[in-house]
Design a protein around this ligand. Structure first.
Ligand SMILES: Cc1cc2nc3c(=O)[nH]c(=O)nc-3n(C[C@H](O)[C@H](O)[C@H](O)COP(=O)(O)OP(=O)(O)OC[C@H]3O[C@@H](n4cnc5c(N)ncnc54)[C@H](O)[C@@H]3O)c2cc1C
Length: 407
């Protein structure tokens, strides 16, 4: 039986660790934090990711993780409600979008992996460098509470997110897209009108976008999307001014709630957005998956889904190679890495190209954004979404191609 070291216990690394351990592969999952509340990650899971959890046979257990089902989105333009889109229960089935607590989700996923004796989780251990033998990656050098320690395995998987040490140390070439926006991210108490009427909301204005969603802990999550680098200017004016700027762009009910709650309750933090991808996912003995391979911008809530889809694809390719009697063949490992890359690149590249479009319209052609939204609202209200919109929504929700767990 073979062995794997996985750097990073985000959704990609944790899901792959579970799938490998379930088949008896020796897995060491290395996570630099001691708990999962310490790292930011998106929390919307779409059908294309939820289906992976179903395929993993974990659906019933997953339902106990704190989450809310998102049933509809209301669109506001210039503060006025223009349209509402209800997610079709027939199309969505059990896998309508969910806002899922990531700390709980990941604790649950590693607990599922921990039911298998070949799984080991190293918390509070940071990967610093790769170990090589004759040009082949054979493991990682880490620092943890007990000092420096090396971990070796037949394969190293870098699932260590957008600032991946593994991809940097492996020298994988990266292509970065320009992203024109940053996100001011904060939670507030849930207002009465959203408890009664639990729709997510999108507010679009002149060069302005705000998303508001009721989430699992009786609060609302607010994402205020601003031009890149603009937060410094906002902060200079003070948080009260920041809150007032937001209140001016939203509907009166939410504006009243923002003002009544006050800036002290906001505790906003700035999330810098990145969109990039490595142009080669592997080197002999190692590969990267998830954000380490393709950092997803937040547009359309795609990153968790694609990290999970990468994990399923990697399990399909690596399990047959690693569950052999005797020594694992190095050439077979490297073929498996290339197999995952060639399977995943078309979907991820297309989605990243699609994700780049809305911010471009919003921030470079401000007047066009309002017009596009008004036109969109006009068609949506009449149930007349053009086929192109339906196709794009399908790609964002369900993925571009089928990913099916085969092992
Ligand atoms: C503002 C914003 C909103 C988003 N919203 C959504 C959304 O709603 N839905 C969605 O699907 N996606 C969203 N995303 C993207 C999503 O968060 C990521 O795509 C997703 O988390 C990637 O998963 P991953 O497992 O590849 O990596 P990550 O979730 O980044 O996990 C990587 C893990 O590796 C660990 N790590 C890092 N370095 C080391 C090291 N050297 N040693 C050991 N461990 C290490 C980290 O602590 C972390 O736990 C959003 C992104 C942003 C910026």
């Amino acid at each position: 039986m073979g062995s794997v070291v996985i750097a990073g216990a985000g959704p990609g690394g944790a899901a792959l660790a579970f799938l490998l351990a379930r088949r008896g592969v020796g897995v060491t999952l290395i996570e630099r934090h001691t708990d999962f509340a310490r790292e930011f990650r998106g929390e919307v899971l779409l059908p294309g990711g939820l289906q992976m959890i179903q395929q993993m046979g974990l659906w019933e257990a997953y339902e106990a993780v704190p989450q809310v089902e998102l049933r509809s989105v209301e669109m506001f333009v210039g503060g006025r409600r223009r349209a509402r889109v209800d997610f079709d229960p027939v199309v969505m089935g059990d896998v309508a979008p969910r806002w899922v607590s990531q700390p709980h989700f990941l604790e649950w996923m590693v607990a599922e992996a921990g039911k298998h004796p070949s799984f080991r989780l190293e918390r509070g251990v940071t990967v610093r460098d790769l170990l090589r033998d004759h040009g082949r990656v054979v493991g990682v050098r880490c620092v943890g509470p007990e000092g420096e320690r090396d971990y070796t395995a037949d394969v190293l998987i870098g699932a260590d997110g957008r600032s991946s040490v593994v991809r940097r140390r492996a020298g994988l070439p990266v292509h970065e897209d320009a992203t024109p926006m940053d996100i001011v991210w904060f939670k507030l108490p849930r207002p009465g009108f959203m408890a009664r009427d639990p729709h997510s909301r999108v507010y679009v204005g002149d060069g302005h976008l705000m998303l508001v969603a009721p989430v699992y802990d009786d609060r609302i999550q607010v994402a205020w999307i601003i031009p890149k680098g603009g937060f410094g200017r906002v902060r200079e004016r003070g948080m009260e001014a920041c809150l007032e700027a937001m209140a001016r762009h939203v509907s009166p009910d939410l504006a009243d709630h923002l003002r009544a709650t006050g800036a002290e309750a906001m505790e906003p933090f700035l999330l810098s957005t990145i969109s990039d991808r490595v142009t080669e996912w592997s080197r002999p003995g190692m590969m990267v998956i998830g954000d380490a391979a393709h950092t997803m911008s937040p547009v359309g809530g795609q990153g968790l889904n694609h990290a999970l889809r990468d994990a399923v694809s990697a399990a399909n390719h690596f399990i047959p190679v690693l569950t052999v009697d005797g020594a694992v063949a190095a050439a077979a490992v490297d073929r498996a890495s290339r197999g995952v890359e060639s399977e995943r690149v078309p979907e991820v590249s297309l989605i990243q190209a699609r994700q780049a479009v809305p911010p471009r319209i919003l921030f470079s052609q401000r007047s066009a954004a309002g017009l596009v939204m008004r036109l969109g609202a006009f068609f949506l209200n009449r149930g007349l979404a053009p086929p192109l919109v339906g196709r794009l929504a399908g790609e964002f929700f369900f993925g571009v191609n089928e990913v099916r767990l085969e092992v």
